[in-house]
Design a protein around this ligand. Structure first.
Ligand SMILES: Cc1cc2nc3c(=O)[nH]c(=O)nc-3n(C[C@H](O)[C@H](O)[C@H](O)COP(=O)(O)OP(=O)(O)OC[C@H]3O[C@@H](n4cnc5c(N)ncnc54)[C@H](O)[C@@H]3O)c2cc1C
Length: 417
């Protein structure tokens, strides 16, 4: 029998690993505990709106290489949309100021050369602090490196860090911000166009991948939770999936592509991040449909980012552990007030809305927790790890997740060749 890879978890890490292994002509089985794929990055039918919405707004950048490669591999390259220019509009909820960070000639040149290209209140030299990120110590936080007492930090770096690291700037690890800057902002405008799913997250990242799997004869086993890994001294020998046992034959391998807390419960002795941060999303039904999708960075309030697609306005609040403790009604009131202000809707009453709390949206990306990220290879020679919490060197984002799937699957291909 040809060697088979058993992949546990059909989030983007598991799907990325499966697509890569199939591309290399390898046999794959995929098991998912939920009744659907996509994990933390998916669309679902929402009863309030009687239509599909995303579990949370997800933004990627045009320079995210693994994202673009994955979308090409699953035939979904044209499923993202974004402004044709690399522009990040912001609105200050406290002062009602608006400005746009434009990155057309790379981050530094425009901001350094013209006042018009700078964040209001930011001095030319504030921008040079970005280079500190390249040599920052492992224990340094984003606030220590870039802030906290300057306009550029408050109006650009902090919102960016919170969005990317889902951790407040005064505890987020600055080391994780540098690869993002290096791979996108530092490569100039074409690498940092903000992009969102045209239709929905599942339509971009999940459904086309499932179609590729199906074409190759792979059906995901849904509602199929891995309960136990049976191991001998150096390898996994069987999987307990619900009530069934699946043997892991000689030459077969296993990728555990489940969240950190689930992996730690399944692989004894695994050291993995064990602190998490919430993301809260509020979706609101607008009276009118917007022609184009748009987004807006918000500072000076509770909300961080506002996305408008069709007649739905969606607000994201990252590092939102305290907010997530509040009732959906009270969150909706707060966020709607900010949406109405940002969209100039006056005192429009609260419309139909849905609040989605993801309490473990990502691991807390602090220096302490980063030390707990394990590599893809484990002490068992046929067990591999994938997921945004593994040691990708990148933040826990779609880009890092997809790369984790590639790393685990490439390690298996290397062993097989
Ligand atoms: C609200 C929100 C907003 C976000 N915004 C952004 C953004 O703007 N940009 C960005 O790049 N990233 C964003 N992210 C992060 C991104 O969604 C994640 O990094 C990514 O989806 C993680 O994928 P994963 O495959 O590692 O894990 P998951 O998506 O968690 O997938 C793991 C899968 O394993 C399954 N599973 C768990 N236990 C078992 C078991 N025992 N047996 C079988 N299956 C199991 C789960 O059901 C799940 O389907 C956001 C995340 C959230 C929650």
């Amino acid at each position: 029998m040809a060697p088979r890879t058993h992949i546990i978890g059909a989030g983007l890490a598991g799907l990325s690993a499966a697509v890569n292994l199939l591309k290399a002509g390898r046999d794959v089985s995929l098991y998912e505990a939920a009744g659907h794929a996509g994990g933390r990055c998916r669309s679902y039918h929402d009863a309030t709106f009687d239509r599909r919405i995303d579990n949370g707004n997800h933004l990627v950048l045009s320079g995210n290489l693994a994202v673009m490669d994955y979308l090409r591999d699953i035939g979904a390259s044209d499923s993202l949309t974004g402004p044709s220019n690399p522009e990040f509009p912001f609105f200050d909820l406290a002062s009602a100021e608006r400005w746009t960070v434009v990155l057309d000639a790379g981050f530094l040149p425009r901001a350094m050369l013209s006042k018009a290209g700078r964040v209001p209140g930011a001095g030319r030299w504030d921008y040079l602090k970005a280079f500190r990120l390249a040599r920052v110590g492992k224990e340094t936080t984003v606030a220590q490196c870039l802030g906290p007492d300057n306009a550029l930090y408050r109006r650009f770096w902090e919102p960016l860090a919170v969005a990317v690291l889902n951790t407040d700037g005064d505890e987020a690890a600055a080391t994780l911000l540098w690869p993002v800057i290096r791979e996108t902002f530092a490569r100039g405008g074409s690498a940092c166009r903000p992009m969102v799913a045209k239709e929905g997250l599942s339509e971009s990242f999940v459904d086309p991948a499932l179609a590729v799997l199906k074409e190759q004869g792979v059906e995901v086993s849904f509602n199929c939770r891995l309960r136990e890994l049976t191991m001998d001294a150096d390898r996994v020998t069987a999987l307990t999936l619900g009530k069934d046992t699946v043997n892991v034959d000689d030459g077969d391998s296993v990728i555990l592509a489940v969240p950190a807390n689930a992996a730690a419960g399944l692989a004894p002795g695994l050291i993995a991040p064990d602190q998490f941060r919430a993301i809260v999303n509020g979706h609101f039904l607008l009276d009118q449909k917007a022609e184009d999708s748009s987004f807006l960075g918000l500072i000076g309030g509770v909300a961080d980012w506002l996305f408008v697609r069709g007649d739905i306005a969606s607000v994201t609040v990252s590092a939102a552990d305290d907010l997530a403790e509040q009732s959906a009604e009270s969150i909706a009131e707060k966020l709607w007030g900010e949406v109405a202000k940002a969209l100039d809707l006056g005192d429009a009453p609260l419309p139909a809305c849905r609040i989605v709390k993801e309490k473990r949206a990502t691991f807390a990306q602090t220096p302490d927790q980063i030390r707990r990220r394990p590599p893809a290879r484990t002490a068992l020679n046929n067990l591999f790890l994938a997921g945004d919490w593994t040691d990708t060197g990148l933040p826990a984002t779609i880009e890092g997740t997809l790369r984790s799937g590639l790393t685990a699957s490439e390690a298996i291909l290397l062993d097989l060749n």
